[in-house]
Every structure is written in C-alpha cells, then in structure tokens.
Design a protein around this ligand. Structure first.
Ligand code: ATP
Length: 221
C-alpha cells in the first residue's frame, strides 16, 4: 500500500561538519504533488537526491511506504529503487550520448529484466514520434530529450516521481505538456510527485501544496 515517501529529520550534505540541510522533514503523499521551492544553494537537489535514495543522509531516516530505508545508491534494494523515478534539470547529463532515445527509454526495463515492448506506448505517452526514437541526444532538442527522460522515468511505473528543476531548460508549452503527462500518470496510478522549481508561479499552478527550503531555517543558530 502507498503511504508516502517521507524524509524524517534528515541532516544531509557533502561534509558532515557542514551539512546542507539539518533536521529537515518532508512527505510526498500518494496521489498528491508536493512543491519544493527555495533559493539557489538552499539544498533542494540534495533533498531530492536523498528522497530518490541516491544520497545517504548523515542522520535521519527516509521511509518509503513506512519501510525505513537503510541502504542507498547501488546498495538500495532494487524493490525500493524502482519505486522512485527521478527527472533532472539537464537531460543531456542524464542520457548516454551514444544511445538512441529508444534505447535510453528501454534501459530501466532491460536492467530489470522486463519486456521492452512498452517503449512505443511510453513514447506515445510523452508525444515522441517513432522517427525521433531513432535519433541520438545531439539530434534532438532539450524538450524532446526531456520527454524521453520522462518516458524512461515512468517505464517501471514508479509510485513516486521526483522532478528536480525538470522544466528549467524548457519553453512554456513543453513545460505545460510534460506537467500534463505527469498529472495524467498520477491520476491513473495514484503516484506521489515532488516538484522542485525556482519558478514559484509554476509550483503554485502545479502543486497541491508548496513548502520552502530556506537556508537559514535548516541550519542551527
Ligand atoms: N557534490 C557536491 N559536493 C559538494 N558540495 C555540493 C555538491 N552538490 C551540491 N553541493 C553544495 O550543496 C549546497 C546545496 O546544493 P543543492 O544543489 O542541493 O541546492 P539547490 O537548492 O538545489 O540549488 P539550485 O537551485 O541552484 O539547484 C550548495 O552550497 C552546493 O554548492
């Protein structure tokens, strides 16, 4: 049962003596979109990476549907890792430039021993034409590549989706199209979404509630 993806009093960063976030809690509820705003450098991406099980916090616990997470990155159990999808700001950094979009979308299916015949359905969902699927990242626009990243993130039908500045590189119409795809997925599956953005107007439209990550508020003193 989906009960939420929850960071409980996490302290995290890149040096234990200078954590980026201290004692920070945030819950992504099933079926809802939590917005996370905050100035540059306040730790939004760090929180995203902790919740995506990509970065181990110094203290505090992440709970995935009430199960405490004890291992992160490649050590996290596959069953937990595959329940969370993540989209990053720069699609070009997250797709192997040698892969066609079709191969990139199929990657999580292959890696998890699932049939790859869903690629066309996934491409259709994000409005990528069959012709674009045969191209490599340098032959498509940022928006088209981000569509492929969204298809890839949804391939394993994650219960939670983390969108870290997903729309920063995109124009307004591509942003609206991708948000609509995510909303539709959420309606069909009851997934919980964490939407991180500098753009508070976008978050106000997209999210059910918006929390701010303020640098000062997360540091002692
Ligand atoms: N790999 C890293 N190693 C060391 N410090 C890092 C690393 N990644 C981020 N930081 C630092 O951690 C702090 C928080 O960064 P983070 O990317 O989480 O913030 P953010 O709110 O997402 O910022 P932005 O809105 O600019 O993306 C910053 O001071 C940043 O320089």
């Amino acid at each position: 049962m989906l009960t939420g993806l929850r960071a409980d009093a996490i302290t995290a960063g890149y040096h234990p003596r200078h954590p980026v976030v201290t004692d920070y809690s945030l819950t992504v509820h099933p079926g809802q979109t939590a917005g996370l705003a905050g100035p540059s450098g306040s730790g939004k991406s760090t929180v995203a990476r902790v919740l995506a099980l990509l970065h181990k916090p110094f203290a505090g616990t992440v709970h995935l549907d009430d199960v405490p997470v004890t291992r992160y990155r490649g050590r996290a159990p596959r069953e937990q890792r595959t329940r969370i999808g993540i989209l990053f700001q720069q699609p070009r950094l997250s797709v192997d430039p040698r892969m066609t979009l079709r191969t990139a979308i199929a990657e999580p299916l292959r890696a998890n021993g699932r049939p790859v015949d869903r690629v066309d359905e996934l491409a259709d969902l994000v409005m990528l034409t069959p012709e674009l699927l045969g191209r490599r990242p340098h032959e498509v626009s940022d928006g088209q590549l981000q569509r492929a990243c969204l298809a890839r993130a949804l391939a394993l039908r994650p219960a939670y989706l983390i969108c870290d500045e997903m729309t920063t590189m995109l124009d307004a119409s591509t942003t609206a199209a991708l948000v609509a795809v995510i909303r539709d997925y959420q309606r069909r599956t009851g997934a919980g979404v964490l939407a991180i953005s500098h753009d508070t107007a976008l978050l106000d439209r997209w999210a059910d509630r918006v929390v701010r990550l303020d640098h000062r508020a997360t540091r002692p003193g």
